[in-house]
Design a protein around this ligand. Structure first.
Ligand SMILES: *Cc1c(COP(=O)(O)O)cnc(C)c1O
Length: 419
């Protein structure tokens, strides 16, 4: 089910007033839902010592959201300097932060090491000598290549630019030891939006096997294994949810078996983004035009600058007309934004109840990779973000972009160069 009934029951009755107070469009996130999901995750994995979620900052990079993650004891998965700045700004320090970058620059390594540092997760062996002041704690991102068939979205690991190959694993950790590393982690990320829990269990099994292999060759005992993110959510009403209980039971068993045969077990980390916040966000937008040509088009006041997933992944986002969600879907619409790109459509040939100008629409599951992916192409600016608090109040957590923001990068000191 996209978007919980609970979120809906708290959001829809106040949407008209929110639209009047804040103006549309806006993303709104559900604090109660995010906390509930976080607690559910902790409980599910409580049988694995030292389990920790490192929230993938790129999914919903807003300091207020990161504060919620911090309150739940989670760390932060970052891959850029601004993400590091944001995580540190809300108090993330040292091993609260995992820096999983790829094609990393020396400047990024310097920044990652400064200000309390972080857990460095290296994407390649050639980066080892490029790390200034090699840290004591190091992690590598493992790419299993042909050993795993990729899930549908992230694709075949052989074609993925990420991580070190299977053949490089031993030498990578050996080189790191020669550079002074004494503490070790191992990471992978082989799935995206995967709702088949057995795929995730196989990922945990794979990492435990690599840990065993590296231990037997180099005598390393891993402190943690990071199974990455990629837990899927149901975007379509008919989609089944990821079976968290079965997944956590089987992973817990795997770690227990490892402990029984090795006398120790690494901690398990994960870096979920979508699963943590995806269903707990909605984009509220108003119908401003209704056009009938070869198809019926409902033009809304948001566009792909607020939500790119339908345009770039052909992703389905469930959509409801706030005041007529119980009405029969007697019309078929393309729900579109105003960008001069024909893929600027939130819904294509979607059966919906009749929509009139002024109606408010809720586009579901925009809590992850929604606002964050937005861009300014065509001078279309990004909307505001709101947080629905557990006490029912609503807080503005990011204002909408203005034309001044758009023009800001044109304010600079003139700098000419002649040959
Ligand atoms: C994007 C990303 C994540 C989060 O992915 P979700 O699908 O949102 O869970 C986690 N780790 C890494 C390295 C990523 O690139």
């Amino acid at each position: 089910m996209p978007m919980s009934e609970d979120f809906k029951n708290r959001l829809y009755p106040i949407t008209r007033q929110l639209a009047e107070h804040y103006g549309t469009p806006f993303h709104i996130y559900d604090e109660a839902g995010i906390r509930q999901t976080g607690e559910q995750l902790k409980k599910a994995f409580s049988g694995i010592d030292g389990f920790r979620e490192y929230f993938a900052v790129k999914a919903l990079p807003n300091p207020r959201i990161l504060e919620l993650m911090k309150e739940m004891g989670f760390g932060f998965d970052c891959s850029s300097i601004p993400e590091l700045i944001m995580s540190r700004h809300i108090g993330g320090r040292g091993e609260d932060i995992m820096f999983t970058s790829n094609n990393t620059s020396v400047e990024e390594f310097r920044f990652a090491a400064a200000d309390g540092g972080c857990i460095l997760n290296l994407d390649d062996v050639t980066l080892i000598p490029k790390v200034p002041d090699f840290p004591e704690l190091i992690c590598f991102r493992y790419n299993p290549g042909p050993r795993r068939t990729g899930n549908i979205i992230i694709g075949n690991p052989v074609e993925a630019k990420y991580g070190i190959s299977h053949e490089q694993v031993i030498s990578a950790y050996r080189m790191a030891m020669e550079c002074g590393a004494k503490r070790f982690g191992l990471h992978t990320m082989v799935a995206s939006n995967e709702r088949d829990y057995t795929y995730m269990v196989e990922t945990a099994r794979m990492l435990l096997q690599i840990a065993e292999l590296v231990e037997s060759e180099l005598g390393i005992q891993f402190e943690f294994l990071n199974i990455g993110g990629g837990f899927g959510i149901p975007y379509r009403p008919e989609d089944h949810a990821l079976d968290l209980a079965s997944m956590s039971h089987q992973m817990t068993d795997l770690f227990a078996e490892f402990r029984a045969s090795h006398g120790y077990a690494p901690r398990m980390y994960m870096e979920s983004g979508r699963w943590m916040t995806g269903p707990h966000g909605a984009l509220i937008t108003r119908a401003i035009n209704h056009k009938s040509t070869y198809r019926q088009y409902i033009g809304v006041d948001a566009c792909m600058s607020a939500l790119m997933r339908p345009a770039i992944y052909d992703a389905y986002h469930h959509l409801e007309v706030i005041d007529s969600c119980d009405q029969e879907a007697t019309e078929v619409y393309d729900v579109v934004g105003s960008l001069c790109e024909n893929n600027d459509k939130f819904a294509v040939q979607r059966p919906l109840p009749p929509i009139s100008e002024g109606d408010l629409l809720a586009i579901h599951d925009t809590g992850a990779h929604g606002y964050a992916m937005g861009f300014q192409y065509n001078g279309r600016l990004r909307p505001k973000e709101l947080l629905l608090r557990t006490d029912g109040s609503v807080e503005l957590i990011r204002r909408a972009e203005t034309s001044e923001d758009y023009f800001r990068t044109l304010e600079f000191t003139t700098d000419s160069w002649c040959p």
